[in-house]
Write a protein that binds this ligand. Structure first.
Ligand code: 9D3
Length: 248
């Protein structure tokens, strides 16, 4: 899968790209990340990327020309079919909310272009005539779209075949889908008077499995009750929930 990132701060990507899963995916040739500095697509002496907002107001607005030209420079290298189909995602607080489902959807594409906004905003014509999608990673204010792009790429690449080791992918979310994770412990069995739950040391795998499932349900009910509506639960588990919901 190929990512083309349009940004004013390509340096921000160096840390993540040279670490862990990113680095492995890139070195195994499963992922290509091309960084494009929007400033390189300006033509004036001062390499101007932003300007005052028409109508007045605080802050600056990213100019359309360098952003259009950066995306068009990607398209000229592609077949006309690929160029026409290229998803161009604008990272913006006003976009649709990113989620695991959106990550799965985006992981189906071979190429993805990501535009990182900055400043107070991006000229509306980028949204209207260049972007094919707009994504936000959550309701908090970032300094720009760069960290959002990294979050999105991180979530996508771990879904690509061959990126995670077989251990990790075998352990995947399927059977706990829609639930928070159960508590995990490792050695020592007692740390500062705090013992590991006895069931986990019992060697009884059926009992361990039942305990973990129950803990996951309890935790989800306490912290993210809205998630339970979509979780796949059996009758016994539904019963556990009804019991936990009763005042004690
Ligand atoms: C004045 C109104 N602000 C919107 C809340 C303007 C503004 C603030 C920060 C516009 C852009 C930004 C920079 N943020 C992003 O570009 C961004 C973002 C985010 O701030 N939160 C969650 N997801 C994203 S994706 C891109």
């Amino acid at each position: 899968m190929r990512f083309d990132i349009l940004t004013l701060f390509p340096e921000m990507f160096q840390g993540p790209l040279s670490t862990g899963l990113f680095q492995r995916a890139v070195s195994h040739g499963l992922v290509t990340v091309n960084l494009h500095n929007i400033r390189d697509y300006t033509h004036d002496r001062h390499r101007t990327v932003d300007d005052y907002p028409y109508g007045g107001g605080a802050g600056m607005v990213l100019k359309p020309e360098p952003i259009f030209e950066a995306v068009e420079s990607l398209r000229v290298e592609m077949s006309p079919e690929k160029a026409a189909a290229l998803p161009v995602i604008l990272l913006t607080p006003q976009g649709r909310l990113f989620s695991q489902e959106v990550a799965a959807e985006l992981s189906q594409h071979n190429d993805l272009a990501l535009i990182c906004g900055r400043y107070e905003g991006v000229d509306e014509r980028v949204r209207e005539h260049l972007a094919t999608d707009e994504i936000s990673i959550g309701d908090y204010v970032l300094g720009g779209g760069e960290l959002a792009a990294m979050v999105i790429i991180d979530a996508i690449i771990r879904l690509l075949p061959g990126v995670l080791g077989s251990d990790e992918s075998a352990l995947d979310e399927s059977h706990t889908a829609g639930l928070l994770e159960y508590p995990q412990y490792t050695r020592p069995p007692v740390y500062r008077d705090w013992p590991v739950p006895e069931v986990l040391l019992s060697g009884n795998h059926a009992q361990i499995e039942a305990w973990r499932r129950e803990q996951a349900i309890i935790r989800t009910l306490q912290r993210r009750p809205e998630m339970l509506e979509r979780a796949q639960l059996n009758r016994k588990e539904e019963h556990i929930i009804e019991r936990l919901k009763q005042p004690h």
